[in-house]
Every structure is written in structure tokens, then in C-alpha cells.
Write a protein that binds this ligand. Structure first.
Ligand SMILES: Cc1ncc(COP(=O)(O)O)c(C=O)c1O
Length: 394
């Protein structure tokens, strides 16, 4: 059989010990939602990032919807978001009425360019979204006080970067709000879907439980009769905002507890593997990776590279060759958001983002799933080398 590496729709496998733990939850958990495992998962997550006020929700997109509501956007308020990210980083803010201003990326790190953000700030800027894309932690320390003085809220999209750090501080702990994803392909998953929202402000954080659960606040303690009035209070205390239903089941939370224990080890494996692949390909200077192996600055959720050959071939040739000859499925990410008809039709205009365009048009993302074995990694390296040599000859 021919070798291959697919672009998999799952990143993780479970040990028999994990499955035993989860089977017990499936058999015995009561309630099946909003119970013991939710509390435990949230507590352990809080401990992991070192911040209270973390709330499990159904996805990072859901977390961003809650954040967008809490921003209390008024007509004309602007939110600066990188155009080089997954669409969920932007949709919640657009839905809640923000004027979206696209920011560009730094060409080497492929995350937001602080100088570009500064240029795009106006009197109407309400918030800036920093996306720790590909698993690389944005260092926005240099402009924190600049943003704070202007009363601009900082939102961290950590969907791809749980566990990454800048100067010993974990992503998602520096801004005013942050979101995390436990989708199937992320660095940890809660059985395919899930997320977490962090809200720094204690007053605002008290509204999150209601916002994620149809406005319900906690039941009173010692509740004897389930069916008597006061079935949880519908008392959201946010003017003109309807709540959502973004809750997550007990079994998902139990899976989160299992995965969270392994997170640092999984991230370490990702960093080591990325280092091995990048260093093995260092003779091919037409391929530019973001090589940041210091501490946990880059947890390599994905392994992407800018491909700039000297001849007339391009990354589409590389993608096709890797698939057709070696059975390796690669991807392109992230289509600049202003090019999507969805955003265009909604009247969101393009801003100048030359690096976003140039990077996307010439990038390739290699399969980088945690289930890949050493032989898969070696096969990937060998195949990329051979493909690059073949393309040089054209
Ligand atoms: C940068 C970024 N933000 C947000 C999301 C949304 O995450 P979820 O699928 O949990 O809603 C994703 C998912 O791919 C993402 O990559």
C-alpha cells in the first residue's frame, strides 16, 4: 500500500484509561449537563492558566459571541481584527454591529503587526483582537499601555494556542477577554466541540453564566422541589441583550479534564516535532517557517510555511505534487477574510493588508496531527525534500 498522510479531522486518540474514565461518566453522571464535571473542568482550566473567571462554552465562536455582547458595542464602534485568521475571529463582532477594521500581519511571525494596529486606531476603536495564530503567542506587551490609555479593550483569540507563553505568561491571561477552542483539531479537544471564555472584569464575568444558558442564573442551594417556581432566575441584568444557549455537556467536560492533564506534554511533542521538521528542511531556503523554539512561545498548532521558489512554480504546484506523488494532504490557510463574499456582501470593506495577501497566496500548511508517528514525520520530511528538489528542476 502506498504511503500517505491525510489531513485528518481528529487530532487526538484516547488511552484505555481515558476511555474507562469517560465510560463511567457516560454511565453514571447525573445531571448530564451543568454539573460536577463542568465545575471541575472550569476549576482545572482556571488553575492551568492562572486566572479565575473562566467559563466552559460550546465553542470558541460561542465564547467570542459572549465577548462581543459584553463589549456593549454602539453604532460606529470599531473593532480591529487581523484579516489573516479563521472567520470565527470576526463574525461575532460583525453580528453585534461593530465596524470591522482589518489589520495586517507581520510577515515573519504571521500574527498581527503592532505598528499596523497603531495606524488603524481611531477615536471609535472599541477593541483590538489579537489572534495567537498557528499556536504562536503574539507579544502585544509593547502596546498594552497605549491601548489602555485610550480605553481600548484587548481581546485574545487563543483558539489555536492554549499553553503558549510570552515571557512566562500564558496566552489569554493578559487581555480583558479571551477565548479558547476545544474543537476536534485543536491542541486539546472536548470530544470534537467546545470552548472556554475568560472575562477579566469581575462585574462583567458574573453575567457569563446567564449569557451562556438562556439567561438562567444558578439555582438556589438546598433546592428541594425541582418543579416549584424559581427554576433558576431569568435575570440577566444586561440591557437589550438576549442570552444564548452555549452550554457544554458533562461528558465533554470530563474529556476536557482528561486532555488538560496531557496538554503540556502534547505541546512539547508538537514543539520537538516542528523543530525536527524545520531543521531537516533548513537547506531549502525557498521554504520559510516561523521557527520559534524558545520556551513555549510557539506551540505549533499548525505547521505552515511561506514558499518562495526562484523559478516559475508556486505553492499550488507543491501542494499538488505532495498529494499526487506522495499521498500527503496539505492545506492553504487563511483566506484573507476581506476576500470572502460573506464579508463583502455584509458591507465590510477591505483595508490595506499587503502581508496578508502575499503570505496567503504563497503559503502551504503541512499535515501536523499529534497522532502522527515518528515514521510519518520521517516520511513527511523525505517527501517534502524530494518534492522541493523536483520543483527546483522546472
Ligand atoms: C483562530 C480561531 N478562532 C476561533 C475559532 C473558532 O473555534 P471553534 O471551532 O471552537 O468555534 C477557530 C477555529 O478554528 C480559530 O482557528
Amino acid at each position: 500500500m502506498r504511503n500517505s498522510i491525510i489531513w485528518s479531522g481528529r487530532s487526538h486518540n484516547y488511552t484505555s484509561k481515558d476511555i474507562k474514565y469517560l465510560t463511567n461518566v457516560i454511565k453514571f453522571a447525573d445531571p448530564l449537563t451543568q454539573g460536577f464535571y463542568l465545575k471541575k473542568f472550569e476549576n482545572q482550566f482556571s488553575k492551568y492558566i492562572g486566572k479565575k473567571n473562566t467559563f466552559a462554552v460550546s465553542s470558541a465562536a460561542a465564547a467570542l459571541e459572549i465577548i462581543a455582547l459584553l463589549l456593549d458595542l454602539k453604532k460606529g464602534d470599531e473593532v480591529i481584527i487581523p484579516a489573516h485568521t479563521y472567520c470565527a475571529s470576526a463574525i461575532p463582532f460583525a453580528r453585534n454591529g461593530a465596524k470591522i477594521v482589518w489589520s495586517d500581519i507581520d510577515f515573519n511571525t504571521r500574527v498581527v503587526d503592532l505598528a499596523d494596529i497603531k495606524k488603524k486606531i481611531t477615536k471609535r476603536t472599541k477593541a483590538v483582537v489579537f489572534v495567537h495564530l498557528y499556536g504562536f503567542a503574539v507579544n502585544f506587551n509593547p502596546i498594552i499601555s497605549y491601548l489602555k490609555n485610550k480605553k481600548i479593550k484587548i481581546i485574545e483569540d487563543c483558539a489555536q494556542a492554549l499553553g503558549a507563553e510570552v515571557n512566562g505568561k500564558k496566552v489569554g491571561t493578559i487581555g480583558d477577554f479571551s477565548c479558547f477552542s476545544f474543537h476536534a483539531q485543536k491542541n486539546i479537544t472536548t470530544l470534537g466541540e467546545g470552548g472556554m471564555v475568560y472575562v477579566r472584569d469581575n462585574f462583567l464575568s458574573k453575567k457569563v453564566k446567564g449569557l451562556r444558558h438562556n439567561g438562567h442564573t444558578n439555582f438556589k442551594k438546598n433546592r428541594k422541589y425541582y418543579w416549584l417556581p424559581a427554576m433558576g432566575n431569568l435575570d440577566l441584568d444586561i440591557k437589550n441583550k438576549w442570552p444564548y444557549k452555549f452550554t457544554i455537556s458533562e461528558i465533554q467536560c470530563a474529556a476536557g479534564i482528561v486532555m488538560l492533564k496531557k496538554l503540556d506534554q502534547l505541546n512539547l511533542t508538537r514543539i520537538k516535532r516542528a523543530k525536527k521538521i524545520i531543521q531537516s528542511l533548513s537547506d531549502f531556503n525557498e521554504l520559510h517557517f516561523n521557527s520559534s523554539f524558545m520556551k513555549k512561545r510557539h506551540v505549533y498548532h499548525l505547521l505552515s510555511a511561506f514558499y518562495q521558489p526562484k523559478n516559475r512554480v508556486n505553492r499550488n504546484n507543491l501542494i499538488k505534487l505532495l498529494y499526487n506523488k506522495y499521498g500527503i494532504q496539505c492545506a492553504t490557510q487563511y483566506y484573507p477574510l476581506y476576500r470572502y463574499s460573506l464579508f463583502k456582501k455584509m458591507g465590510i470593506k477591505k483595508n490595506k493588508c499587503p502581508n496578508t495577501d502575499k503570505f496567503y497566496d504563497n503559503m502551504i500548511s503541512f499535515p501536523f496531527h499529534i497522532w502522527m508517528k515518528e515514521k510519518d514525520v520521517q516520511y513527511l520530511i523525505r517527501s517534502i525534500k524530494q518534492a522541493l528538489i523536483e520543483l527546483k528542476k522546472i
